[in-house]
Structure formats: C-alpha cells, structure tokens
Ligand binder design. Structure first.
Ligand code: ATP
Length: 250
C-alpha cells in the first residue's frame, strides 16, 4: 500500500480548557485536493498550523509521504516539500513577478558557494538555466506570463495571490497548503484560481470559507466542528449530510 501524501493521526490541541482539536485524523492521497471546512472556531486554523509546523500538537502525528514530521520545524518541513501560502499574501514587492518565483528556488543555493557563483562554472550555468525554465513553466501554469516583468508591489491582491501560489509551486512541493486562498479575490480571480488548482498534479490541503469554491474545487472534504471531525467525503455527500447541515445552521 502506498503512503498518503499527507496524513494527520489523532491530533489533539488544547488552549487552556478549550479543546481546539480533539483526536483529528484524516489522510490525503497523492494528487488529491482536500478542503477543510467548518463553522467559526471549528479548529481549521489550528489544524493548518499543526500541519505546517507552526504549532506542536499535544498528541498525535503529522506524516508527509509516510514520514513523521511532527517534531520537525516549519522551515525544515518546507524544505521537505510541504509549502504553504498565507491569508495575507507574502511576496517581495520590489522584485518582478518572475524574480519572485526565481527567488523561491534560490534558497537551495547552487553548490560550491560564492566562488562557484563568481566563476560561472558550466554546472552552475545549467542549474540557472533550469531554474529560469521552471520560472516560465510556473508562470504559465498560474496565468502570469503577461505580468512576468511587473513589480509585485504594483499588483492588485488577486494577482499577488497568484504570484504567491507560483512561488509555492516553483520547487514542485509534495504537499501544498492554501490558507483562505480566495480571500480578497473577485469572482473572475476566484474562477482563475480554481482553474489553476484544477490543473495541478500536486497534493493540496486548503482551508476556505467560500463554500461554492470549496465544493467546485475539492475532491474530498474534511468537516470540523468544535475541534472534531464530524464528516469526511466528496463534496456531493458532504452537501447532503444532515450532521454537516446542522453544524452550519446551528
Ligand atoms: N492562541 C489561542 N489561544 C486560545 N484559544 C485559541 C487560540 N487559537 C485558537 N483558539 C481557540 O481554539 C478554537 C479553534 O480556533 P481556530 O482559530 O483554529 O478555528 P477556525 O475554525 O480557524 O475559526 P475561524 O473560521 O473563525 O477562523 C476556538 O475556540 C478559538 O477561540
């Protein structure tokens, strides 16, 4: 049996007396788009923080491609292929769109240090060319080629969000976490984002309030209420689930 791209097993988080997550378990198979939904205070943000490594659970585990990353820092998780975007976009305003994407790959360095940079060795030039090719691929995927030379600071929020997505995709992440990806987007931008996500072969976990977007974009949903998983399944069955309806309607 192949390991799930992402698995959450028995995760518990409490803030004082508030149980933000109680024994939360679910798995996301490779290539699937999984949405986490639930009413306000259900535990979605806490879950996202646990998966991305910003918060350590009191108990339970997070596994990426079968490897337990529960004790691993957010930075090392990112290097292991778990990338996230934030509700507030995080792009370099003074860089062009293309350089924003290129910068997302530069943290790996090129090997050989500054001397190799200065000498412009053939291996280094090949690496640089491959990265530039990847930049163009990712810009295409995110519908950004026309904006490649625009400064990110000059872009409206919807386009900055696509730049952030392009940055997250540049390194071919194993798992992509999207935190409220439609916030601040208009209807056209939301439709564009849906197309981009549908075209990805990356495993995606997203938290989102826009139910129409969630239902149209996700293959599978995990519904949280008061820190517990109350339903999982494809959008069609979740929509019809009386327990989910009751949680939302109160
Ligand atoms: N840092 C914290 N300190 C104390 N309580 C917290 C903290 N973070 C979250 N909580 C509580 O944990 C529960 C889950 O909160 P969380 O923010 O994860 O829910 P959410 O589903 O993301 O909510 P929303 O949709 O409103 O963003 C809530 O009762 C919240 O008040």
């Amino acid at each position: 049996m192949t390991a799930s791209a992402l698995a959450v097993e028995g995760v518990c988080v409490a803030f004082g007396g508030v149980r933000a997550l109680s024994e939360v378990s679910f798995a996301v198979p490779e290539g699937q788009v999984c949405g986490v939904i639930g009413p306000n205070g259900a535990g979605k943000t806490t879950l996202f923080d646990v998966v991305s490594g910003l918060r350590r659970p009191q108990s339970g585990r997070v596994l990426v491609s079968g490897t337990d990353v529960t004790g691993v820092s957010a930075v090392r998780r990112a290097r292991a292929g778990l990338r996230r975007t934030f509700q507030r976009t995080q792009v370099f305003g003074r860089l062009t769109v293309a350089d924003n994407v290129l910068a997302a790959m530069e943290w790996r360095g090129g090997g050989g240090g500054v001397l190799a940079d200065l000498a412009g060795l053939p291996g280094r030039r090949r690496l640089e060319a491959a990265r530039r090719e990847r930049v163009e691929e990712v810009l295409d995927l995110c519908g950004l080629p026309a904006l490649r030379d625009a400064y990110a600071a000059a872009l409206p929020v919807g386009q900055r969000r696509l730049v952030e997505l392009a940055r997250a995709l540049a390194d071919r992440p194993a798992v992509l976490l999207l935190d409220e990806p439609t916030s601040g987007l208009d209807a056209d931008q939301t439709a564009r984002l849906r197309e981009v996500i549908a075209a990805l072969d990356t495993t995606v976990l997203l938290v989102e309030h826009d139910m129409g977007f969630v239902m149209d974009t996700c293959d599978h949903l995990v519904v949280l209420d008061l820190g517990k998983v109350i339903a999982t399944g494809p959008p069609s069955s979740i929509r019809a689930d009386p327990v989910v309806r009751a949680a939302y309607l109160g």
